[in-house]
Design a protein around this ligand. Structure first.
Ligand SMILES: Nc1ncnc2c1ncn2[C@@H]1O[C@H](COP(=O)(O)OP(=O)(O)O)[C@@H](O)[C@H]1O
Ligand SMILES: [Mg+2]
Length: 271
């Protein structure tokens, strides 16, 4: 569904943000991309979405190359993107106008647009806010509207760039469960985060460092085995604890716990 081949990207000032990245993402996968600030995560997402074009190599979404300018609107529709700061995405005076903005560019009837807007707002449980001004909503509500705007385009892929960073824990969990539900319904998810706690939902973890992919695989295997120094960031306390328990032979390496619940379960098994 997404095929990235030998992708390098250099910003106009000469910064090499991506260095020979190869990544194949299949339909229906939930891929978490992690790595410390500046490692190239946002640049990678922007490349997938066609916001920026490869300096070298190629990016194809559903067989459409981002370098083919005639397909750029199709690519953006197929791969919707949400950013850390939802403010930057609002265009409309009301929530409804905002969500309708994408479908309005698709030459659909007013009726069809209305249906899409309604369906998307319901999917994020924000239909009661359709007449509100997006600006005055809470951070979590804003992100839900940003998500609805993307859903209104009926994308096959959703790219999320640190969307929970500015949110309180409750809103963070709410957004995460919405994303999980979309994944369960078949949407391919590429989820950038520096909060490793969020990756327990992922099928696959990609860890980047200095524009390259350092690890790519099953999160449990990577978090239990990889050298911590290669991550370039701190592991969540639960995972540190799991590693210590595993190193002391207290828990089994095959059931390496990634979450509080899994750790509790592993400890209960010891009795
Ligand atoms: N517009 C830009 N111009 C020049 N360099 C940039 C620009 N945006 C990002 N960079 C640089 O590219 C590298 C990767 O950035 P980015 O993709 O934003 O990383 P991340 O999202 O992982 O924090 C960093 O060194 C960053 O400073
Ligand atoms: Mg970023």
């Amino acid at each position: 569904m997404i095929k990235i081949t030998n992708l390098s990207y250099r910003y106009p000032d000469g910064t090499l943000a991506l260095n020979s990245v190869n990544l194949d993402i299949k339909k229906g996968e939930f891929v978490v991309i992690a790595g410390k600030n500046g490692c190239g995560k946002s640049t990678l997402l922007r490349s997938i979405n066609g916001l920026i074009l490869p300096s070298e190599g190629s990016v194809a979404v559903n067989g459409m190359y981002t370098s083919d300018r005639s397909r750029v609107m199709d690519i953006r529709r197929m791969a919707g993107m949400i950013f850390q700061n939802p403010e930057s995405q609002f265009i409309g005076m009301t929530v409804e106008e905002d969500v309708a903005f994408g479908p309005e560019n698709l030459s659909l009837s007013t009726e069809e647009i209305h249906k899409l807007v309604e369906k998307s707002l319901r999917a994020v449980e924000m239909h009661e806010f359709r007449d509100h001004t997006p600006r005055i909503l809470s951070g979590g509500q804003k992100q839900k509207i940003a998500l609805a705007s993307v859903l209104a385009m009926e994308p096959g892929i959703i790219l999320l760039d640190e969307v929970t960073t500015m949110l309180d824990p409750d809103s963070r969990n709410e957004i995460l469960s919405l994303v999980k539900r979309l994944h369960e319904n078949g949407t391919t998810i590429v989820y950038v985060t520096h909060l490793l706690e969020e990756l327990v939902h992922a099928d696959r973890l990609v860890v980047m460092e200095e524009g390259r992919i350092m690890h790519d695989g099953d999160p449990r295997t990577i978090l239990s085995q990889a050298k911590v120094t290669t991550f370039g960031f701190n592991l969540p306390p639960i995972i540190e604890l799991s590693r210590k328990l595993r190193d002391s032979g207290i828990i089994d390496r095959t059931t390496f716990p990634l979450s509080k619940d899994e750790l509790m379960e592993a400890l209960c098994q010891l009795k």
